[in-house]
Design a protein around this ligand. Structure first.
Ligand code: ADP
Length: 502
C-alpha cells in the first residue's frame, strides 16, 4: 500500500478550489455562516488530516432553514410553478451534475475515502439517473375520479375526486456511505412532488451535498426550496426532527438512530420514512455457478468497503462447495489493491472515519473471541488512514454477534450448511430485512425461495444492483417506506378527497 500524505495533490483544479475555503450552509438561496459562528472539520479518511472546515448548523440555523422552506412552500414561485417547469429544473440539475461529474467524484473520494472511478460511475452516475427519472413525474402525478354512491341523498348529484398534493416541508437526514447519491434519492422525488426541503448531510461527509447546493442554485430552483444545513446528528439532526413546522422526516442511517428519530417525530405526529440497517444474506445454492457466485459474493460485501446497508454480509455456502468457495473468495479479495480512493487502481479504500475503523476492528476481535476463524485479513493496514484488510470470518454460527449485528465494514461471515430445507430459516433469522441474494442456476429454486425471503429486495445471481425504477426499502427493522420507483411518490405526496355537491 502506498502511504498518501497529501490527497489534495491528486485533485483537479475545481475540486481543489472547492476545498480551499470554509464551506457555508445554504439557507433561503444564500450561502451563510452558522448563527453561532461555529465550524467543524471534515477529515480525509486516507490520511486522517483535515480537508477543510464547514459551518456547523445547530438549532437556530435549522430554525431559519425550516422557516425559509415553509415560506417557499406556502407562497412564491415554487407553489405557482407548472409541472413541466419543475421537470425542466430537475433535468437541468441532472445535466449540471453530469457536467461536473469529475469534480463531484473527486470530492466524494476525498471526503468519504471511496474509489474515485467507482464514485463517478456509481454514486454520481446513479444520482444523475435519479434526477432524470424523477424529472418525468411532475406532469404525471394524478388523482382519481371516484364513482360516489351517497345513500342518504340518492337523488343528488355528487362529483368525487382525489388530488395528490405535496406533503409540505420535508426534513431529510442522510448518512455518509453514499453522500451525493443519498442526496439525490432524497431530493429528486421530494422536489418532483412539489415539496420544499431542509437536508442535513452526515457530519463525516458534507462536501458533495454543499457542491450540489451550488448546482441547485445554478439550475434556478427558487430560494428556500432546498436548504442544506451541515451539522451533527444530536444537534442539527435532532432540531430538524423536533421542529413543529417540519411535516415529514425522511431518514437513512442506522436502525439505532432511526428508532430515536421515530420516537421524537411521534410527538408532533410527523410522517416518517426510514431506510435503516441490514445484515443481508447471500445464499449460495448447491447448483450455483461458481464462476459468477465467487466474484459476486466477494463484491456483495467488499463494495464500498462493506459500508453499504444492503451489503451481503452473511454468506451461506453448502457443504459440497464450501472449500472451493472459501479458496476462491480468499484469492479474489486478498488480491485487491489497498490504498487511497483517489488512485482508481486501489479497490480497497479507507473506512470513512476513525470511529468506523475502531468499530470494525472491534467486531473482528469479537468474531475471534466467539470462535470464528479468520481466513484472510483481520488487520488494520498501515498506521495512517483508516484502512482495514478485506476479512473473511469462517465457521460462524447464527448465535454469534458478528452474524447478528451490522458491522458495516469489509467483513463477511461465512456459514456452512448441509440441509437446503433449512436455508430460508437461516436467511430470515435476523432482526433486519433489507436485501438478500440467491445464487443458483435452477429456476425452481428461484420460484420457491424468493417469496419466502423476508427482505425488501431479493437479487438473483447478483447483489447490490440498485436501479431508480426499482423500489428500495426494508422489511422488519430495516425500516418502512419505499424509496425510488413509482412507489416513492407515496412518501412525498398526500391524498386529498374532494366531494362536490351539484
Ligand atoms: P451511521 O451509523 O451510518 O453513522 P447514523 O444513523 O449514526 O449512521 O447517522 C445517519 C445520519 O443521522 C447522520 O446524518 C447523523 O448526523 C444523523 N443523526 C445521528 N443521530 C441523530 C439524532 N439523534 N437525531 C437526528 N439525526 C441524527
Amino acid at each position: 500500500m502506498d502511504a498518501v500524505t497529501d490527497s489534495k495533490a491528486a485533485l483537479g483544479e475545481k475540486a481543489r478550489n472547492f476545498v480551499s475555503n470554509t464551506r457555508k450552509m445554504l439557507i433561503d438561496g444564500k450561502w451563510v455562516s452558522s448563527v453561532s459562528g461555529k465550524t467543524f472539520s471534515t477529515i480525509d479518511p486516507a490520511t486522517g488530516s483535515v480537508i477543510t472546515d464547514v459551518c456547523e448548523g445547530d438549532k437556530e440555523d435549522i430554525g431559519l432553514a425550516v422557516m425559509a422552506a415553509r415560506r417557499a412552500f406556502e407562497d412564491g414561485p415554487w407553489v405557482k410553478m407548472i409541472p413541466s417547469h419543475r421537470e425542466r429544473l430537475l433535468h437541468r440539475l441532472a445535466d449540471l451534475i453530469e457536467e461536473n461529474a469529475e469534480e463531484l467524484a473527486e470530492l466524494e473520494a476525498l471526503d468519504n475515502g471511496k474509489n474515485k472511478a467507482i464514485a463517478q460511475a456509481v454514486d454520481i452516475g446513479i444520482a444523475i439517473e435519479t434526477f432524470r427519472y424523477m424529472a418525468g413525474w411532475p406532469s404525471k402525478i394524478t388523482g382519481d375520479v371516484l364513482p360516489l354512491s351517497v345513500p342518504i341523498a340518492p337523488d343528488q348529484d355528487f362529483f368525487g375526486y382525489t388530488l395528490r398534493e405535496p406533503v409540505g416541508v420535508i426534513g431529510q437526514i442522510i448518512p455518509w456511505n453514499f453522500p451525493l447519491l443519498m442526496c439525490a434519492w432524497k431530493l429528486a422525488p421530494a422536489l418532483a412532488c412539489g415539496n420544499t426541503i431542509v437536508l442535513k448531510p452526515a457530519e463525516e461527509t458534507p462536501l458533495t451535498a454543499l457542491r450540489l447546493g451550488e448546482l441547485i442554485c445554478e439550475a434556478g430552483f427558487p430560494d428556500g426550496v432546498v436548504n442544506i444545513v451541515p451539522g451533527y446528528g444530536h444537534t442539527a439532526g435532532a432540531a430538524l426532527t423536533a421542529h413543529p413546522e417540519v411535516d415529514k422526516i425522511a431518514f437513512t442511517g442506522s436502525t439505532e438512530v432511526g428508532k430515536i428519530i421515530a420516537r421524537e417525530a411521534a410527538d408532533s405526529m410527523k410522517k416518517v420514512s426510514m431506510e435503516l440497517g441490514g445484515k443481508s444474506p447471500a445464499i449460495i445454492m448447491p447448483d450455483a455457478d461458481l464462476e459468477i457466485a465467487i466474484p459476486g459474493a466477494a463484491s456483495a460485501i467488499m463494495f464500498n468497503q462493506g459500508q453499504v446497508c444492503c451489503a451481503g454480509s452473511r454468506l451461506y455456502v453448502p457443504d459440497n462447495l464450501y472449500d472451493a468457495f472459501l479458496e476462491g473468495m480468499t484469492e479474489n479479495i486478498s488480491s485487491l489493491s489497498i490504498g487511497s480512493g483517489l488512485n482508481p487502481e486501489n479497490m480497497v479504500n479507507p473506512l470513512v472515519s476513525e470511529i468506523q475503523l475502531e468499530r470494525v476492528m472491534n467486531y473482528i476481535d469479537i468474531g475471534r473471541q466467539e470462535g470464528a476463524s479468520v481466513v484472510t485479513g483481520g488487520k488494520r493496514r498501515g498506521d495512517t488512514g483508516y484502512f482495514v484488510e478485506p476479512t473473511i470470518l469462517a465457521e460462524t454460527s447464527q448465535d454469534m454477534k458478528v452474524v447478528q449485528e451490522e458491522i458495516f465494514g469489509p467483513v463477511v461471515c461465512v456459514q456452512r450448511y448441509s440441509d437446503v430445507s433449512e436455508i430460508v430459516k437461516l436467511a430470515n433469522d435476523t432482526i433486519y430485512g433489507l436485501g438478500a441474494s440467491l445464487w443458483t442456476r435452477d429456476v425452481g429454486n428461484i420460484v420457491k425461495i424468493v417469496p419466502k425471503i423476508k427482505a425488501g429486495t431479493v437479487w438473483v445471481n447478483c447483489h447490490n444492483i440498485l436501479d431508480v425504477a426499482m423500489p428500495f426499502g426494508g422489511f422488519k427493522q430495516s425500516g418502512y417506506g419505499r424509496e425510488l420507483g413509482k412507489e416513492v411518490l407515496e412518501l412525498y405526496t398526500q391524498t386529498k378527497s374532494v366531494c362536490i355537491m351539484a
